[in-house]
Design a protein around this ligand. Sequence first.
Ligand SMILES: Cc1cccc(C(=O)O)c1OC(=O)C1CC1
Ligand SMILES: [Zn+2]
Length: 312
Amino acid sequence: NAAHDVTAFGKGVFGDKRKFEAQAYEGKFRLFDATRGDGVVTYDNTTGTNVDVLSINKMFKDGAAVDAHVNAEKTYDYFKETFGRDSVDDNGQQLISAVHVGENWNNASWNGRQMSYGDGDGERFYPLAGGLDVGAHEMSHGVVQHTAGLIYRNESGALNESYADIFGAMVDRDDWLIGEDIMADGSIALRSLEDPSVIVDERTESGYSPDHWSKRYIGNLDNGGVHINSSINNKAAYLVSEGGEHYGIAVSGVGREATEQIYYRALSFYLTRNSDFSMMRQAAIQAATDLYGSNSAEVQAVTQAYNAVGVY
Ligand SMILES: Cc1cccc(C(=O)O)c1OC(=O)C1CC1
Ligand SMILES: [Zn+2]
């Protein structure tokens, strides 16, 4: 008997009820959502199967798998509804997620083909699939790969990371924090777009996340600081959306809707593999000009935001 689509249920990592699309298949249920693109599929890396052997009557028991699946569905929907983009490649590419990767792995990743989530060690992270912004961050690496293809090193790599954080914050839309749901060590988040300097990234000797180009990390850690200097562009994007005063420069924000359109257009039309922060500034100004006109509040916000973080 062929598989058929069902709406299924389950509890996430933190016990919250989730609803999602799955399939009934040979008397069992599998995490395959055939309603989005060429499919959204989530599997348990320890068993290699997307069949939740414990699932009975469409109830799934694996919290990390449930959350990873829902994260992918929500992020697919975000790119489709906000930009008309059909998955990471704009051609319906299947969204594959693996959970329970590694042993208490304190990581999540996009490896060019799929998302992978560790369970965390319970000291630094809880299971990373539990964060919607985590899944959105990982899938956004796939979108970056299929658009500008920003090389994952130094400034282009920091932009790659920043785009993953910006879209992560736009999908998980109730704040400007990244990873706030999965921190086990008491910190408020892994990164903050609103005020990067409140989060210390232990990967750096600098001991803080820079919020101005003059404070950028220069060194070999973290592929030349891709998770560190991303905060400079993150702060700029936050200022474009929410506004504020930063190092004495005032920015009038234009809101999340205009901001996401400006950054998506800059990424998909203007940025390329080696783009640096200065080219990011120019690409965002050009995208805002295309969308809203050269004398628009949006162009003004972008210009002032990059002035405020010292990128010219
Ligand atoms: C936790 C982690 C470690 C190393 C790389 C990444 C990475 O995906 O760049 C990573 O995941 C994140 O940053 C997501 C947003 C929380
Ligand atoms: Zn990343």
